[in-house]
Structures are given as C-alpha cells and as structure tokens.
Design a binder for this molecule. Sequence first.
Ligand code: ASP
Length: 332
Amino acid sequence: MIATDVISGQVKGAPSALPADHIGNGFFGQDILSVRQFDREKLDYIYRVADEMRSLVKRFGKANLLDGKILANLFYEPSTRTSSSFQAAMLRLGGRSISINEVHYSSVTKGESLPDTVRTLESYCDLTVLRHPVTGSAELAARYARKPLINAGDGTGEHPTQALLDIYTVENDLGRLDGLKVAMMGDLKYGRTVHSLTRLLSLYETELYFVSPEILRMPDEILGEVRASGHNYTELRDVDEIIGEIDVLYITRVQKERFEDPAQYDEVKGCYVVDPALMAHAKSDMILMHPLPRVYEIAMEVDDDPRAAYFRQMENGMYIRMALLAAVLGKA
Ligand code: ASP
C-alpha cells in the first residue's frame, strides 16, 4: 500500500484526500517498509524529532501525544529490543500496545494467512509493527492493510528502523555522517540490518568496507545499488588492514537461523571476534556498533571501552521509534 500511497499522495486510513507531504514531513498515514523511502531530508526530520523525544523522556518520562492510540506488535520471529522498544515508545507517548509475540498461540497455528492476521489486528489498533521470517512479507501485509504498517525485520530483507537508529547513533557519537569510513563485518549475506544500513549510508559521502567470509558476502543486488549511487566500496576477508583507518566498525551476528546446512554455520560462526587486542589498533574515536544480540562477536571486556556504542544504539532505538510512531500517526 505504501507504493500506491506515495504515488497517489493519499494518506493511508485518512478520511479525506489529504496530501501525504503536508503532515509530519510526509510520514503521516504511511507505511515504513524499506529505507529506500528515505532521503537525507526525511532522515534529518526523524532525527530532530528523536532528539525532542530524548529530551522529553529525560525531563518528563512521558507525554500524552498518542493518548487513545493502540499499536499491534506482531512478531513471528524472536525479538528483545525491537519489540520492547516499540512497546516502550508507545507507552512513553501515552498510547498502548497489543503484543502477539508467540504466534503459535494465535490463529496462525490454525493456518491463518498473514494478510488475514494483519487485517484482524488492525480492526482493533491504529497501526501494526510486523516482524516475519519471509523477505517481502511486510510489503505483502501492507498491501492488504488499511492502516500504517512498520517493517520490524522481514527475513533477510530489511530492518529499516534498526538502520535509522544506527545512523542516528553515528551522527550523535561522531557529529557527522559525511566523510566517514565505515566497515561492516560478519554475516553480510543474511544480516538484514546491514542491508538497510548500506542503503542509508549510500545517501552520504561515506567510504564503505565489507568484511566477510566468501560465503557471507554482501548480496550483489545491494553492491549494485552502492555502485549506482556513485560510491566506491572495498570487499575484504580481514579487518586488520583497515582497523586503524575506519571511523565505524559495525559487526553482525552470523544468522544461524538462516543456514540450511548446520555444518556450514559451524564453519563460520566464530569468524570474527572483536576483543581488546583488536580495539588497541583502532582509532581513539572509532565507534564499535552491533545491532545485537551478540553471540561470539564481541568480547565482554570491550563493553567498558567508551568506543563501544552498542548500548547507546539500543537506547537510541526507543527515541527513533517514538519519533516514527508520532510521525506516522500525525503527531510529530
Ligand atoms: N536483532 C537484529 C535483527 O533482528 C540482528 C540479529 O538478530 O542479529 O535482525
């Protein structure tokens, strides 16, 4: 539905033919399915609203901006941060949420289709947040949904709200986005967060490095998009040769659940580990990021290093999600 909405300029679920670009910088009534929907201006708008949400939380803890609104939090895959930060965001803004985390206990077990489940939940709620193991499922669900839908991760496809909070963290920590050297390392094939992040970073003057084992390379489709955006990138097997030059090291978990052959997972699961010895070679102002959960990728001794940004990322996630919820519901 987002495509139709964007093309027609109609606001999803709005009673009148209100042009989408006139409220909340074009977010009102819209689905958030892919980072492809964002340009620098839209990102900046969300970041400034997120800044306001941060000071609102710090000063008052909550607001009543979304009083009376209900979010359907529909998760077909495990989640800790995304699910709970969307709920917390809703609560902090005075709204409420219904969570279906264990779809096994819902009518999905009886064979209900995704379009039917989404249409059911939106009869009770004002918007839906969906995580699903199938790539493209958010787009499919949004085609049937009359109310806004936010993609909280669709298989190996995208994780747009994670990439928004990632870029927001880089901007907060380093004060800029242009002119940075960013390395992504780990499972670049199945990791949806790095797919979204690469697309967003291509909107800035960044130099990109992709560090992975051969079998976990960044998909050609995304590399093609990076080239088309006029950026250069370098693919590497080892971070050692660039660790002293980069401004951001973004490491990902090897996505065990996406492997058909468990032996292949075992071969690559511990391929990269960031430890104090590696950090000793990094710039004093480099930041180390991870979408979390971590399994083997970062030694716990690194957590106290001020360059470890992953706990800041998770906090920023709530402000970004507050900003998105407010914008999509026309209250930003
Ligand atoms: N939490 C992130 C995701 O849902 C990263 C991960 O699971 O490794 O994609």
